[in-house]
Design a protein. Structure first.
Length: 414
């Protein structure tokens, strides 16, 4: 497969917006997560406990004799050997495979022409790290299709069966069991992203995991625990440095995380539980919408409401992704008579955010960029982002994690 270059000409923003199913039903909405079961629990970091009961340590045997990995809601899953073909929908699982040196096992990806360049933005700063996404089939192009799963013949499906039953037409638990028996096991936990409710068939004892705990389980599936532990050490060191350098709460800016679509701001809670917020919650900014109640996953606001709230910093989700490049979005807001009055526009603090479906590698970059955008005095100025270009070059002394160390781990130099 020929790997596309994110900087090459591609679909225009209008064409991406015409591909509204990507955003309206998926990338924006967390792929139709209802949000009616959102927990009120808060976490101080991704290392905080996210399960309602103590989780037992995953037991594994030596690969040559087979091994078992436990994951809610699928239970104990048996593997004879590490998967060589992995069915993926959302890019955080693709990112996990890449991080574990298993990029070549990924055989599908949701909205590859959107998600692929977004991942390339980060991978371009890691020597020898890439994902050949061009040509991968999109498993949501016509909904999760049983025939496609048979054709892909995957060793594992990195999908939560609760997501499939809840959000995909014509799927029930019998269909899930059929694919597990005839093709390969399911291994995913979707609802940890937002702590929303699983479908009733999987609701009993459903557990929520942090991003890095979920990554540990995927690493065990691939039998790449050493890579996981090495990357986790990088993350833990980075998180410790960030948390020790945060200013007092009284000195932190108000901030909002939004996506602008057709004149409406779709806002998300910065500090809510779930790993979709793994790049904002640890930074502890004052959420401009913390006291605003809304049903479901996100709130919808017009320009006037945004101006009434007027956060110091606005983080635009997908701002480094095709169709949502920050320059276009910022210009659109600045050209609006109300939007132009926003403090974030006037003070040049309307920033490009990362991707929502973040895995471990993207999480490292997105923690760094958000720390710089929120707290430039503590972590250095964010250098801005040029549409279609790689993640900005940041002086080594101002980097919050060692790129070469991460690249070495991914490439097997532990």
């Amino acid at each position: 497969m020929q790997r596309e270059n994110a900087g090459e000409s591609g679909p225009t923003r209008r064409e991406y917006l015409a591909y509204a199913g990507v955003v309206g039903s998926g990338l924006l909405a967390g792929c139709t997560a209802s949000g009616d079961g959102d927990s009120t629990e808060t976490e101080t970091s991704e290392t905080a406990a996210t399960t309602s009961q103590p989780e037992t340590v995953t037991e594994t045997a030596e690969p040559e004799s087979g091994y078992s990995v436990s994951m809610s809601p699928v239970g104990d899953v048996e593997f004879e050997s590490p998967p060589e073909d992995a069915m993926v929908i959302f890019s955080h699982y693709a990112d996990m495979a890449v991080a574990l040196g298993k990029a070549d096992t990924v055989n599908s990806l949701y909205a590859p022409s959107f998600a692929g360049p977004a991942l390339d933005t980060f991978y371009s700063r890691l020597d020898g790290v890439s994902l050949e996404w061009d040509g991968l089939p999109d498993p949501l192009s016509n909904g999760v299709d049983k025939e496609m799963l048979y054709e892909l013949d995957s060793d594992v499906h990195f999908i939560d069966p609760s997501y499939v039953v809840k959000n995909q037409d014509k799927w029930n638990t019998d269909d899930v069991a059929e694919i597990a028996e005839n093709v390969g096991p399911w291994f995913g936990n979707y609802h940890s992203g937002l702590h929303d409710k699983p479908v009733s068939a999987y609701a009993d004892d459903y557990q929520y995991y942090s991003l890095w705990d979920l990554f540990e389980k995927v690493a065990t599936v691939y039998q790449e625990q050493e890579r996981y532990e090495a990357l986790r050490a990088v993350y833990d060191d980075m998180l410790r440095d960030i948390e020790s350098s945060l200013p007092p709460e009284s000195e932190r800016p108000t901030a909002a995380r939004v996506t602008l679509i057709n004149g409406t701001f779709y806002a998300y809670k910065l500090n809510a539980p779930g790993f979709w917020h793994a790049d904002t919650r640890p930074l502890g900014a004052t959420d401009a919408f913390a006291d605003v109640e809304w049903e479901g996953t996100w709130g919808m606001f017009d320009y006037e409401t945004m101006l009434e709230t007027d956060p110091d910093v606005i983080l635009h989700l997908w701002g480094m992704s095709p169709g949502y490049y920050i320059d276009d979005i910022r210009e659109e807001v600045a050209n609006d008579p109300v939007g132009s009055q926003l403090s974030a526009i006037q003070n040049d603090r309307f920033f490009a955010g990362g991707v929502r479906f973040q895995g471990p590698l993207t999480n490292l970059f997105q923690l760094e960029l958000t720390a710089k955008q929120l707290y430039p005095e503590q972590f250095g100025e964010w250098p801005s982002y040029s549409p279609g270009e790689p993640y900005p070059e940041i002086p080594e002394a101002e980097q919050l994690f060692d790129r070469q160390r991460v690249a070495d781990i991914v490439n097997g130099d532990l």
